[in-house]
Unconditional design. Structure first.
Length: 330
């Protein structure tokens, strides 16, 4: 049995027309116009048969024989048990389909169960000093786009004093709370940063009709601090970003952008869960401090009236306002 192909001498890219003599059961022989090279079959490295790719026979002394796949070569590979796992899978479509389903199941299961569990464990393991430093770093970055607060020093201190007072009435938080005020064109909002720092925008203070409404929002942000949501989300997004990059196998700008969109969409589900947990925390503590969470529902109503356009639920990181209002009153 002879196969037609090309031969390459050791450490050379010079191609020679050649034949591979496979008539012996114990050895192979490369035959060119100039010389003949033998090698025992046991010492020949044969490339894994994949699709219609050429087959490479590498001899122990470095000679290489390359030939297109033919029925004769397939017969020799089968007889010498050189069929690859990939080739076997190609001939077993059910097994291939099953493996795909299993892979998808592992990926989905890891995202739904393993990733949240790992994010929580890592977030709780991060030292407090690191979390506080992260919060300071994030605030410094945000301050490049925000302006100093226009609230009077007296108004700011009154809010801080009120927060300090009711912090003594609720469950201790993992970090010391620091309320800071800023002004921004993004409208009424407040943010919990890693390490216990709460940012309240001036527009949020102006939107609240009374102290209780404003406190309901601050308590909501304290709920994020209580549950370490920001650290969990940071760890979650970091792991997810690395996972998407590994799955794509690319690090080009286009792939990075696509991965960024994918990470954003996948992270939103967990973000909505975090918002609901923070709402529940705020509702519970509003009732501890003020005896009612009605002011929280009223604040959500004021928020909903401020929206200029509706954001699709699947693209919104917060639960629907109607749901939040109803939950605050239940």
């Amino acid at each position: 049995m002879r196969f037609q192909g090309s031969a390459f001498p050791p450490n050379s890219s010079v191609r020679h027309a050649a034949e591979l003599d496979a008539s012996s059961s114990t050895s192979l022989c490369i035959v060119t116009e100039e010389e003949t090279v033998y090698c025992e079959v046991a010492w020949v490295e044969v490339s894994a048969p994949v699709g219609n790719l050429p087959i490479r026979f590498k001899f122990a002394d470095g000679w290489m024989f390359v030939a297109d796949r033919t029925p004769q070569i397939n017969e020799w590979l089968k007889r010498n048990k050189r069929s690859s796992f990939v080739e076997k899978m190609e001939t077993k479509r059910f097994a291939w389909l099953l493996s795909v389903v299993c892979c998808i199941g592992v990926i989905v299961g890891s995202y739904v169960y393993l990733l949240p569990w790992l994010s929580e464990k890592v977030a709780h393991a991060v030292p407090d000093t690191v979390a506080v430093a992260l919060g300071d770093k994030v605030l410094a970055s945000l301050d490049e786009h925000w302006a100093p607060s226009e609230l009077s020093t007296l108004d700011q201190e009154q809010i801080r004093t009120r927060v300090s007072h009711y912090l003594s009435q609720i469950e201790p938080l993992p970090y010391s709370v620091d309320i800071v005020f800023r002004s921004s064109e993004m409208g009424a909002n407040a943010f919990a940063l890693p390490g216990g720092k709460i940012v309240v925008l001036d527009q949020m203070v102006k939107l609240a009709a009374n102290e209780q409404q404003l406190d309901s929002i601050i308590l909501h942000e304290l709920g994020h601090v209580h549950h370490r949501h920001m650290l969990k989300r940071l760890v979650h997004s970091s792991i997810l970003s690395v996972g998407v990059s590994l799955l794509t196998g690319e690090n080009s700008g286009v792939i990075d952008n696509m991965a960024g969109v994918g990470v954003f969409l996948l992270s939103n589900g967990h973000s909505r869960e975090a918002e609901m947990e923070a709402d529940e925390y705020a509702k519970h503590n509003m009732r501890v401090i003020y005896g009612s969470s009605e002011a929280m529902a009223e604040m959500f109503e004021r928020f909903s009236q401020q929206e200029e356009f509706a954001i699709p639920e699947w693209l919104n990181s917060h639960p629907d306002f109607d749901e939040r209002i109803e939950a605050a009153r239940n």
